[in-house]
Design a protein around this ligand. Structure first.
Ligand SMILES: Nc1ncnc2c1ncn2[C@@H]1O[C@H](COP(=O)(O)OP(=O)(O)OP(=O)(O)O)[C@@H](O)[C@H]1O
Length: 641
């Protein structure tokens, strides 16, 4: 049978694959439930354990819909994730498998970026009383700022006075009901404080609002302007919701407002045991709500494609301990070799011994052929403190340790490298260095094509696109002729943006409508490049350093979500790191679960008694014992005893 068929899209003819003939790409085998989801034309919720291929499933589904024309041009697919790098991973996987015309109809946003793009586009339609000015900034208030705000209030006695106001937490205020078109008299203390909070944020010298406020403004715009919802519904025929377990009630409300009752086919995927955002309001009933409201059918995936048999066994043992009736995960790699030391719990007396052992271990592994990027050091909290403690030991051994949370001019390294414009600039530098390959050229083409409005079926348009790319590469080459350390990185970065043309770039990528955010990104990129240039003799070394190639990663468990590494070392398994364990056992156990399930081949846990004991997290230690993870005691000097 002919695998291709033709669809008239109004302006040109396109070849599509017959849905019955479509096969997954890149040697991916889909289990039955996964295949049903990939090809589904009805709403589905997918619950599956770590490494089940949830993200991969969404990427395959996007490719299926685009290649078969079931997402019919000019309609688009909207994918919503929680982290910037998760959104980028999804986008990259689709881009690498589809022609630019198809991939450019796949919009991958974080939830925050989706809400912000709605607000920025339709700001004028937000209710008057809570509408920020166009140049509003993003606010991340800390506890002290919130308490200072509460202290400055004079709440009405009839609503409970100062004591009642001061008992309120910020996230209760932020999650308080939908925003009305007009603000009437506050019915209770929560509403009164909420109104004061809006006033406070909007009347700062430069108005600043939180992402929760942005979410609620976007919700209000959709609620009060049915035309905006209609536009969204015309635009998107399919909607993907990744890491759905971490969705909050307001985020769910926004999703519902945008797509409930529409023809968009919804797919929500997640893992209830990886729910680690309850503190931020993640709803424990979210899958049940979704299935009820969107009439979605639940599918369960059983395989784990990531980890070897030993790690899957630990995952299963843990899950059984937590939930005796839980369905066991099946290891898709059951026939692969498993290292003898696939999992251990290393215990030290001091922090220095712990740090030295970790650095020694990685040094030996690198000497035996492993790459630094195979390793991730995960910590529960405070990656910056862990960096201070570990870095000297890595420097001594000439190994680069990259703290993904380190801020460069206000942007965390991990965020910076997940950004589209940053990757575009780096892509052009690679092209200028003569690096070839679809993985570099394709995203560049897709973005510049979107900026120029390229019709990929038109030879004239494609020629114009190639010419523009050539000009930008020529511009970059003028800089890459000098050694990185002698280059003005700010001039290079700004020059590339100018050559791309800033205005259309920012029109295509709505997240850059916020001028301050855009400028900050460019500053962060040029500062980071300048920093890396100090130790790079040539441009390739520089770009590798910026992208983190040849570096050991250090990050918090939260930032490791969705990622995977050959060897994971969870540093600091003690009660001080899990300080809220006794109050939030479920969430903290889930965080522990997320950490260990990032490992493909080996996972180690370390504890230094100097940093903390384990009495208050005994249950976590017992979970490791029940999974037969050996405890290795290191006496002074680093030798196991
Ligand atoms: N069907 C499949 N066949 C082979 N490999 C797969 C398949 N699905 C996923 N993989 C691989 O398994 C790994 C885990 O996939 P993915 O990240 O999509 O899982 P996930 O369910 O989203 O994981 P988590 O929730 O733990 O972050 C990746 O390396 C991916 O390439």
């Amino acid at each position: 049978m002919d695998r291709n068929r033709t669809i008239w899209t109004g302006c040109f003819e396109m070849a599509f694959v017959d849905p019955g003939e479509w096969q997954p790409t890149d040697g991916i085998n889909l289990e039955d439930a996964a295949e049903r989801v990939v090809k589904s034309q009805t709403n589905k919720s997918v619950i599956a354990g770590p490494g089940a291929g949830k993200t991969e499933l969404l990427a395959q589904r996007a490719v299926f819909l685009l290649q078969t024309g079931l997402c019919k041009p000019p309609q688009r697919i909207l994918a919503i994730s929680f982290k910037k790098d998760a959104a980028k991973t999804l986008k990259d996987r689709v881009s690498s498998r589809c022609p630019a015309e198809q991939a450019s109809r796949f919009d991958s946003f974080t939830f925050d970026a989706f809400a912000k793009s709605l607000l920025d586009r339709f700001l004028a339609l937000a209710p008057d009383w809570c509408r920020p000015p166009r140049d509003y900034g993003i606010y991340f208030p800390n506890r002290d700022e919130w308490l200072d705000f509460l202290n400055g209030l004079e709440p009405p006695a009839e609503l409970g006075g100062k004591a009642a106001a001061q008992a309120l937490r910020l996230n209760r205020i932020e999650n308080w009901g939908p925003l009305p078109l007009e603000f009437g008299a506050p019915a209770d203390m929560k509403a009164w404080v909420a109104a004061e909070w809006w006033e406070h944020c909007l009347s700062m010298p430069q108005a600043r609002i939180t992402f929760s406020m942005i979410n609620r403004l976007a919700d209000a715009i959709l609620t009060h302007n049915p035309g905006v919802s209609m536009a969204l519904r015309f635009t998107y025929s399919h909607v993907f919701l990744d890491e759905f377990q971490d969705t909050t009630k307001p985020q769910y409300r926004l999703t519902g407002r945008a797509f409930h009752g529409s023809n968009a086919v919804m797919t929500a995927v997640g893992d209830t045991k990886q729910r680690i955002m309850t503190w931020a309001g993640a709803e424990s009933e979210i899958f049940d709500w979704f299935e009820e409201h969107f009439d979605a059918e639940r599918e369960l995936l059983q395989m784990n494609h990531r980890s070897n048999a030993r790690i899957v066994q630990i995952i299963n043992d843990l899950v059984t301990e937590i939930e005796p009736d839980a369905v066991q995960t099946i290891c898709a790699r059951a026939d692969d070799d498993v290292p003898d030391d696939a999992s251990e719990f290393w215990v030290f007396d001091t922090d220095d011994e712990e740090s030295a052992k970790i650095a020694d271990f990685i040094e030996d592994e690198i000497a035996n052929g492993r790459r630094p990027d195979d390793f991730a050091l995960l910590v529960r909290v405070r990656a910056n403190d862990a960096e201070d403690r570990l870095q000297p030991f890595f420097v001594e051994r000439d190994i680069r340790l990259r703290n993904e949370a380190r801020s460069i001019a206000g942007t965390a390294i991990q965020e910076l490298l997940a950004d589209e414009v940053v990757n575009l600039v780096l892509g052009f530098i690679r092209l200028a260095l003569g690096v070839r390959g679809q993985e570099i050229y394709r995203p560049v083409q897709e973005i510049i094509g979107a900026i120029l409005g390229t019709d990929f079926e038109s030879p004239r348009d494609v020629k114009r696109l190639d010419e523009r790319n050539r000009q930008i590469v020529m511009f970059v080459k003028q800089h890459t002729d000098t050694p990185p350390a002698d280059t003005d990185m700010e001039a290079l970065v700004n020059g590339v943006i100018e050559a791309i043309e800033e205005r259309p770039l920012r029109r295509v990528f709505r997240q850059y409508e916020d001028d301050r955010y855009f400028r900050q990104l460019l500053t962060s990129l040029s500062e980071f490049m300048t920093e890396c240039a100090a130790e790079a003799d040539d441009w390739e070394t520089l770009i590798n350093a910026v992208e983190g190639k040849g570096q050991v990663r250090l990050m918090t468990v939260h930032k490791s979500k969705g990622l995977e590494y050959h060897t994971v070392i969870f540093v600091g398994l003690h009660q001080e790191a899990f300080w809220s364990y006794q109050r939030n056992q479920e969430e903290e156990t889930n965080a522990f679960f997320v950490a260990l399930s990032r490992a493909r081949e080996r996972v180690y846990f370390t504890q230094s008694r100097e940093s903390g004991a384990t009495a208050r997290i005994k249950r976590l230690i017992e979970l490791l014992e029940s999974a037969d993870v050996p405890v290795v005691e290191f006496a002074e000097g680093g030798d196991p005893s």
